[in-house]
Design a protein around this ligand. Structure first.
Ligand SMILES: C[S@@+](CC[C@H](N)C(=O)[O-])C[C@H]1O[C@@H](n2cnc3c(N)ncnc32)[C@H](O)[C@@H]1O
Length: 217
């Protein structure tokens, strides 16, 4: 009996390959993973070292639906718009073609260069859109009356405190996917991952004044 089991196992091992992957497959997988990591780190990492760990936000582009939702919540508005973490510039391009004077703040120099060349390629003038390699946490935003932010849930409270200090009363803030904790929304658009939220600073300030216990600490 034991002999026949040995025989069966032997037969199977000759039919099926062993569990050990082929060296060429291992080498290709290794090279692929290294390449993916290399590209990812090029796009997501540069410039991040100086930002505190809890405020780090990786690059993730807005999809078309999210961009459309942002533009819907900006309908009827005009003036200066800041996109905080502008990535490849897609929100800035959408807003500039709707007539806003846009500034994209981006920490990643590769994304800034990419957005700038896209602007050049599309013939977008500097009066319509500029991309600055700048940490928005260290930038005074008081001259903007429209702000868009597609960031991360962990930074929204700190961002809320900064915007409350700096933005004028007539400013509108659009938060993509992650709402501000304790801020009253004027409206929202879309659902799930594409939901975006609009806040008017005057209403936010009035609300926080009338219910200080909910204000960001
Ligand atoms: C989730 S992506 C959004 C990109 C773009 N706004 C969009 O909607 O497609 C966030 C971007 O913020 C940038 N970023 C993160 N922290 C930043 C900072 N302190 N200053 C400027 N840009 C920052 C990242 O490099 C990344 O490109």
């Amino acid at each position: 009996m034991e002999d026949s089991i040995d025989q069966i196992l032997q037969d199977h091992s000759s039919i099926f390959p062993t569990n050990r992957p082929h060296p060429i497959v291992s080498a290709c997988t290794g090279a692929l993973l290294t390449g993916v990591y290399g590209v990812w780190s090029l796009f997501a990492m540069p410039g991040f070292r100086k930002i505190p760990w809890k405020l780090k936000v990786p690059y993730l582009p807005s999809c078309k639906t999210q961009t459309r939702n942002v533009m819907t919540l900006l309908e009827g508005r005009r003036g200066r718009l800041a996109d905080l973490g502008s990535g490849d510039g897609r929100l800035v391009f959408a807003a500039s073609s709707a007539g806003f004077q846009c500034t994209g703040f981006e920490i990643n120099p590769i994304l800034v260069a990419f957005a700038q060349s896209k602007a050049l390629w599309r013939g977008v003038r500097a009066s319509q859109a500029v991309f600055l390699k700048k940490d928005f946490w260290k930038t005074d935003l008081s001259s903007f009356n429209n702000v868009t932010a597609f960031l991360a849930p962990g930074v929204m409270q700190v961002l809320g405190e900064k915007l409350l200090t700096e933005l004028p009363d007539d400013a509108r803030v659009i938060a993509c996917r992650f709402p501000f904790p304790n801020w009253p929304q004027k409206m929202s658009m879309g659902s799930g991952l594409n939901e975006v939220f609009a806040y008017d600073m005057r209403a936010v300030r009035l609300f926080l004044k009338s219910s200080p216990s909910t204000a960001c600490k």
